[in-house]
Design a protein around this ligand. Sequence first.
Ligand code: NAD
Length: 366
Amino acid sequence: MPTLTFAVLAGDYIGPEVMEEALRVLSHVAGQENLTLAPTRADVGGAGIDNHGKALPDSTLRTCEAGDAILFGSVGGPKWEKLPPAEQPERAALLPLRKHFTLFANIRPGLLYPELTDASPLKASRIPNGIDIVCIRELTGGLYFGKPKETTTLPDGDVQAVDTMVYKRSEIERITATAITAARSRKNRLCSVDKANVLETSVLWRRTVAEYVARHAPDIALTHMYVDNAAMQLARDPNQFDVFVTENMFGDILSDEMAVICGSLGMLSSASLGARKNSLGLPFGLYEPAGGTAPDIAGKGVANPCAQILSAALMLRYSFGMEKSAARIEAAVRKAVTGGTRTGDIAFGGKAVGTRAMADAVIANL
Ligand code: NAD
């Protein structure tokens, strides 16, 4: 009987609420498919600060190290926002986790079912078949990690802050390889997004992606687009993209734009894959919903658990190699939502169910 060993870092506010439901769905699948689940829970984010004095406690890191994947909720919220920036839950937990496990590839499906087009701010006539695209964001390089990163007072008393955008060819090549795999699993189309008209890092990015694809994936139809244009094109006609790949900060912004045009954050999952292989020889990964801790609705039992459930499905796919089980969960979510069971964020004023009932509907469809 295969055993799935993974860390469960639920985090704060709605994090634990939606995580509970994702674990229920996984247990159900495990029961049906004769699998043993071995999840180990650990505190992270605000819970880490409250219970252990820091957002990513050493014991939590050890729990992550011991598993084959991390199922992550979300961290942060008003309770901790007065802490210094470097101690904020997101910055002090997620960024070090990404760095520690070299989680360099963030895969975000931008999926909007045709039945939910009303959830998108785009006109339904522009997305008659919904949205189905994938954003691949480089996650460990660029402006968020480059040094120097500091604020100094200048001799004349003025204050100056510096962030550094830096990329190595090897970093660009490995994210390109991930993007090629994603493109090959879909329509063999890849758009690389950069700002090569202004930034040195983007000039290297564009050249490296072009050379790597020409050398390793001549079957891929590769295009390039400037990031400002990409932001416009996403809002104008998102399905013109199939898979797009971009550097860290551009990906941060474009993936959030993608989340908005896809309707609710409550539906969007993500996978962050690392350079390291797990005990099964598959990528160690961190799987989390696209949204945050939603303090505005926390504790009310109304959060949409689908993003967390779909993140669990991605974990099965990428870190456990269980494509069939992953697809089964995705189909069950789709059937539940398109069948009319919806939490408030996607109910458009119609009848809304709570977090648990939403997960019950998914389980019923499995
Ligand atoms: P948010 O994503 O938490 O919420 C934005 C809006 O989306 C809110 O109206 C919220 O109710 C809604 N929403 C989000 N997830 C939902 C779900 N599952 N079901 C229904 N509605 C949902 O963004 P925010 O309000 O800007 O951030 C709140 C906190 O979360 C902040 O402390 C922020 O730093 C943190 N955050 C954490 C992560 C992470 O852990 N990866 C990501 C983003 C934000």
